[in-house]
Design a protein around this ligand. Structure first.
Ligand code: SF4
Length: 340
């Protein structure tokens, strides 16, 4: 099976020739693929060509939606995408006043081992290709009438799949016409790769998962902290800002009784002081395999107020899709039978 979205110009031209069609059909195939139109629905192609493509196993996209669940609470839709080799990943479509945002996965599973994350429970299976990630965006978007923002925050550490991820971002900008300001990449803090990304032509908005204000706490929930001390991560984020002039966002999941104390707020404020950044506070979506619970609403509000008091820009993010296995990796595990 081959996907049109994964083909370059030469491959599309060769396919068109194999079908005995004139060269201009290659452009049509590419345009249809970028819209996610199934081969059977490519109505400006002759029926004989469509039948031939179907017989060859050619598809528009490199991912298909095998399951979707929409939250009755907030309209968030969670998708399960399947690839040609049978692997599945999750994606989420969120509706905001400013438009639709899709959260995509960049790897099947993840090698980073964060303790609050269901995506990493079985380690990394494989990297996704740029065409597979693009297919997630197009498939989710065609179900919702378009996508304005993309966040690379599903399963996987994007900077652990650097080449395919940067190609994916380039294609979002070039092929789909998206602004790099509308693309956010979330990393657990791979410092060298953050520096490299800051020099890319299509450098996205950077969000960095901190989740703890010091190494001692961070090491207990994020193994990557054994490789990169939190001060180095924040220093790399500051260099990213210096290089791109774009404010860096830090993600901080509030875990009950662990990182939500007034001392933690004070330490966090001191850590990120001195350059334009913003902290997104998220009440942890519980992951039952890990026995971690989100902070109380009162603790979240107090933490946010404390940061504000220290002059640190912050927002409490809504927990989206709580009724549809909102936490990263949970829907996939259910689908694969990993969660009983
Ligand atoms: S939070 Fe992100 S980096 Fe950490 S294990 Fe989960 S997917 Fe990987």
């Amino acid at each position: 099976m081959s996907a049109l979205i994964a083909m370059d110009e030469a491959q599309l031209a060769a396919l068109v020739k194999e079908c005995g069609q004139p060269p201009f059909r290659a452009k049509q195939l590419r345009e249809y693929a970028l819209k996610g139109t199934p081969v059977e629905g490519m109505s400006s192609l002759p029926k004989s060509m469509r039948d031939l493509l179907v017989a060859k196993g050619v598809t528009a996209l490199a991912a298909t939606v095998v399951q979707s669940k929409t939250s009755a609470i907030d309209g968030t839709t969670k998708f399960l995408f399947a690839f040609g080799d049978g692997n599945v990943v999750e994606g989420v479509l969120m509706k905001y006043e400013y438009g639709n945002s899709v959260c995509v996965s960049t790897q099947v599973g993840c090698a980073m081992g964060c303790k609050f994350c269901a995506s990493t429970l079985d380690g990394k299976v494989r990297d996704l290709t740029a065409a597979e990630m693009l297919s997630e965006v197009i498939a989710a978007g065609s179900a919702a009438g378009g996508v304005n923002h993309v966040v690379l925050m599903g399963s996987g550490e994007p900077l652990d799949n650097y080449g395919e991820v940067t190609e994916f971002i380039r294609r979002l900008c070039v092929d789909l016409g998206m602004s790099k300001r509308h693309i956010a990449l979330s990393t657990c803090g791979l410092c060298e790769a953050m520096d490299r990304l800051s020099k890319e032509e299509y450098a996205p908005v950077l969000t960095v998962s901190l989740h703890a204000p010091n190494d001692e706490l961070r090491k207990r929930i994020m193994p990557i902290a054994n490789r990169y001390p939190v001060r180095e991560v924040v220093a790399a984020a500051k260099r990213y800002f210096d290089s791109t002039s774009r404010r860096v966002i830090f993600e901080y999941s509030l875990i009950d009784g662990f990182n939500d104390t007034p001392e933690c707020a004070k330490e966090l404020a001191a850590l990120v002081k001195g350059f334009p950044c913003h902290i997104n506070l998220i009440r942890l979506n519980p992951v039952k395999e890990r026995g971690l619970a989100g902070s109380s609403k009162a603790a979240v509000a107090a933490f946010s107020d404390a940061l504000t008091g220290y002059g640190v820009s912050n927002t409490v993010r809504r927990t989206l899709g709580a009724d549809i296995d909102g936490a990263c990796g949970q829907l996939r595990r259910k689908f694969l039978g990993g969660e009983k």
